[in-house]
Design a protein around this ligand. Structure first.
Ligand SMILES: [Zn+2]
Length: 154
């Protein structure tokens, strides 16, 4: 045992984990409808800018949201944060407001904005910042498996 431990050289590090800063992430899913449309522009200009996403009768996306918090390891639990707590708070503060909703019509936090992934990411950050254990580090909002927006509050 002693030989194996010294060969790996990790025993001292594991005895004092609280100095290490780690980022832990919970992924949640929701789906929602939206229309990208700027009422200050003509219909033709909106079609040119937003293409299919300007469809008058809305369209839907299956969003994935990665919520990352940063902290040190609690020596009592070995966790940075309890991801079950993160799951519950993200459901309360974000997915319960967005899932199966129309982002143009149903979500107070998006009123007056064009509900792009960018604007939605900023709104989600505001719903979560200061409300989670640990320090909210970053969110990544996936609108499709190929398109995502990252936001860290700046
Ligand atoms: Zn869209």
């Amino acid at each position: 045992m002693g030989l194996a431990a010294s060969a790996h050289g990790s025993i001292d590090t594991l005895k004092s984990p609280s100095t290490s800063t780690l980022i832990v992430t919970r992924r949640v899913h929701f789906n929602a409808a939206h229309r990208l449309h700027n009422p200050e522009l003509s219909d033709a200009e909106n079609r040119r800018l937003f293409g299919l996403c300007n469809n008058a009768n809305f369209h839907g996306h299956n969003y994935e949201l990665d919520v990352s918090v940063e902290g040190t390891i609690d020596p009592t639990t070995g966790y940075v944060v309890d991801l079950g707590v993160i799951k519950r708070l993200v459901e309360e503060r974000v997915t319960s407001k967005l899932d199966h909703r129309n982002l143009n019509l149903d979500v107070l936090e998006l009123a007056g904005t064009i509900p792009t992934t960018e604007n939605l990411a900023v709104a989600i950050w505001r719903m979560l910042n200061g409300a989670l254990p640990g320090r909210l580090k970053k969110i990544v909002l996936w609108e499709t498996p190929r398109n995502c927006v990252e936001y860290d509050g700046r």
